[in-house]
Design a protein around this ligand. Structure first.
Ligand code: ADP
Ligand code: MG
Length: 703
């Protein structure tokens, strides 16, 4: 094992040591995060081209890249929309068209019938046959050239192209044998993994050797990839863990776990907390009692009752003399919270404030002032709560609902909000943080993506909930569905009719929703039908929602704005139009709006035939289960981790080589090794973070 105290040679060799790298190039490379030799070694190819073997034209598929050896059948300059040179070629197994939009007269002459060519390019479907557009090609008289190994492709930046990066990695790899590269992961931790050592893994990934497993390399499943992906995942987990350690060095308000106010709130409820709610509340309370900032993620399926847990936590914080911020990702969800919190806290004499982006200038100024003065003890709002001019008198707890829409960075921004004067001292304190999500995250994924947070799970629904019955019906039969709507209304229920469109265009969605209102009003003339969509003013939306809640409306036509947070227990039927276009988690969120009361609820997934294989699978999963965790796992299998977590927002999408979905099976090992390193090898922890995350990402545990 390399001693960790030894100076890591390669990261102290500046990049200017390389041939061809002067100050100007070095500056461009810095934009890619490349400062020293080690950085170059860890600038990894994100894909390969296989130019190692010839493919038969007859076996080509659209979307693949291939090298072919062919003979020109005919070449022709055609002028349709654009002037283009079309060269039809064959190798005896099939024909293919080469298409050039930019070409010289010399090229036209070059492609005389019978000329032999070797071409490389991406195969596409053309109007009459497969095509390659602007392939790389060479005349066979210049000799055939197949590569010995896969051709790597690196992330580039302006002024730094593939050839430069290939030359740099060549040089860096040659230094790899002269200089030691510190392997920060002790051998014994990897004993059973069957993975190559670090240097061999790097060599293989940069310059795959002849005869190595091409398929494994192309799919990122080669042991060399796995070795590096493991290390990268470990580095990211360590980054998040350190972030947490840093946060916990700060002080947070000490919140006593007994509160008269919370007792009063609980006594005022018409229901008893479930065991799961009680358990999670006590986890929260024992965190906040310590004076260390709480960083806790509460997962609970839709309808599990996260809000009241948050409200009770808020009551404790208010009792202790601190303010609470509750933030939601959409206006409509924030309004729902405002409603609930006001209903709960107004009778107890606690002032609940409101801060959203849509407040007018004057109202906003007033709101900000009363937050700063501390007149409002609980403030509910949207992203507007993040803004710089929002200063709290003494923020003690920040509650973020539906976390999957907020990212790691926003988490940080809010964390810093509370750094206000604590009562009686001048010392800055961080607020406690409670993050709630209804998108269950498979455990192993959570350990990596949310390694800076503790997790609590409300794994029990309030009593009396019956699983929603789900059926799928073709759109053509919507007449029958409308009859079902009438029946439900006659039985005393209310109905959601959800319109979705593939385009994220709110105006088109709104139009579709208006059509649905017209259709329902015509077919059900005696019924009250309301409409909410994203383009309405929030006051209008509010009024409609209130009417629906008060049972003044029988049916509510809505766009996906009701996805989160709407709570009307008397609604027991939901129709979702174009259900085939929605992802699993979105369907699950929508469906969670029914099944909240004591009557049996149903959900009708209307779809347009024919269904793709994927859509069939989604719909069948929805019909089979109501369990959010099962659905989340399936969603992960189908879509991959990036999309499930919301790529942008996790900060984790910027992996160089790892992929949470593909490398899912390693995540247990990742947390074991990271925890071992954190406990025993602080120098290695720093080394790994510096190597993979770099100096710049201080916000992400970078050192
Ligand atoms: P979510 O976890 O999806 O945010 P909510 O907090 O909106 O769920 O709760 C859903 C509904 O369940 C609300 O109407 C709430 O009042 C109700 N509820 C919460 N806890 C209980 C409980 N222990 N018993 C009965 N109903 C409950
Ligand atoms: Mg909720």
């Amino acid at each position: 094992m390399v001693k960790a105290t030894q100076r890591p040679a390669l990261d102290s060799l500046p990049i200017t040591k390389f041939k061809g790298v002067g100050a100007a190039v070095a500056e461009k490379l810095a934009a890619l995060g490349l400062h020293n030799v080690q950085d170059v070694l860890f600038h990894l190819p994100f894909r390969y081209q296989d130019r190692t073997k010839l493919a038969k034209v007859g076996t080509l598929r659209p979307g693949s890249e291939a090298v072919i050896s062919v003979e020109v059948v005919m070449a022709d300059v055609v002028i349709r929309k654009r002037r283009s040179l079309m060269v039809r070629v064959t190798d005896g197994t099939g024909s293919l068209m080469l298409r050039f939009f930019h070409f010289s007269q010399k090229q036209v002459k070059q492609f005389a019938p019978g000329t032999r060519l070797q071409c490389f390019g991406e195969v596409r479907r053309g109007p009459s046959m497969l095509e390659m557009v602007h392939p790389e090609y060479r005349l066979q008289t210049q000799g055939t050239a197949l590569e010995d190994s896969l051709t790597p492709f690196y992330p580039t930046t302006e002024g730094v192209q593939q050839p430069t990066l290939r030359k740099l990695t060549d040089q860096a790899l040659s230094l790899l044998s002269e200089h030691a590269l510190v392997d920060w992961i002790p051998d014994d931790q990897l004993a059973q993994s069957n993975m190559p050592d670090l240097a061999s893994a790097l060599r293989m990934v940069h310059r795959p050797t002849q005869g190595s497993d091409v398929e494994a390399l192309m799919s990122g499943m080669h042991p060399a990839h796995r070795r590096l992906a493991l290390e990268e995942l470990i580095a990211h987990r360590l980054g998040l863990r350190l972030l947490r350690v840093q946060a916990q060095r700060n002080q947070a308000p000490v919140i006593p776990a007994t509160s008269e106010l919370a007792g009063q709130l609980q006594a005022s409820l018409s229901f008893k907390l479930t065991g799961a709610q009680q358990k999670v509340l006590s986890e929260v309370l024992s965190n906040m009692e310590t004076g260390e900032p709480m960083l806790r993620l509460v997962q609970g399926d839709v309808g599990a009752g996260k809000t009241i847990v948050a409200a009770l936590a808020a009551a404790h914080v208010v009792s202790a003399g601190y303010q609470v911020a509750l933030m939601a990702p959409t206006e409509i969800l924030a309004e729902q919270h405002l409603l609930n919190f006001s209903e709960w806290f107004d009778p107890l004499g606690v002032n609940v404030g409101w801060l959203s982006g849509k407040l007018g200038v004057a109202k906003r100024r007033d709101a900000i002032e009363s937050v700063a003065m501390g007149h409002q003890r609980i403030v509910v709002g949207t992203h507007a709560l993040f803004q710089n001019d929002v200063v709290f008198e003494n923020l003690g707890l920040a509650i973020i609902d539906e976390q999957h829409r907020f990212g790691v960075h926003q988490r940080m921004a809010l964390r810093n909000k509370g750094a206000s004067e604590a009562k009686g001292t001048t010392e800055a304190k961080l607020p406690h943080q409670l993050i709630m999500t209804a998108t269950p995250i498979p455990r192993t994924l959570a350990m990596t993506a949310y390694a800076d947070l503790d997790c609590s799970i409300i794994d029990e629904l309030p009593p009396g909930r019956k699983p929603v019955k789900t059926v799928a019906i073709e759109s053509a039969r919507r007449g029958e569905v409308v009859a079902g709507v009438e029946k439900a209304i006659v039985a005393g229920s209310q109905v959601y009719w959800v319109c979705t469109l593939i385009e994220e265009s709110e105006s088109l969605q709104a139009e579709a929703a208006e059509d649905a209102v017209a259709m329902l009003t015509e077919l059900l003339p005696d019924r009250q039908v309301g409409l909410v969509h994203g383009r309405m003013k929030s006051r209008e939306k509010d009024t409609i929602m209130q009417q629906f809640k008060a049972r003044e409306l029988d049916a509510l036509v809505a766009t996906t704005v009701i996805e989160v947070g709407v709570d009307v227990p008397n609604a027991s039927l939901m129709i979702i139009e174009n259900a085939e276009r929605l992802g699993l988690s979105q369907l699950h969120q929508l469906r969670g709006r029914v099944g909240r009361g004591s009557t049996q609820s149903s959900c009708v997934l209307l779809y347009q035939a024919p269904l793709s294989q994927n859509a069939k699978e989604r719909i069948s999963i929805m019909r089979k289960t109501n369990d959010g965790f099962v659905i989340a796992q399936k969603d992960l299998d189908i879509r991959g981790a990036g999309e499930v977590l919301g790529t942008r927002q996790t900060g984790l999408a910027e992996f160089r080589i790892a992929e949470l979905g593909r490398d899912n099976d390693m995540l247990d090992t990742v947390s074991d090794i990271s925890d071992y390193l954190l406990a025993n090898m602080p120098v290695n922890v720093k080394g790994l973070i510096r190597r993979w995350i770099g100096e710049e990402r201080k916000d992400y545990g970078g050192v």
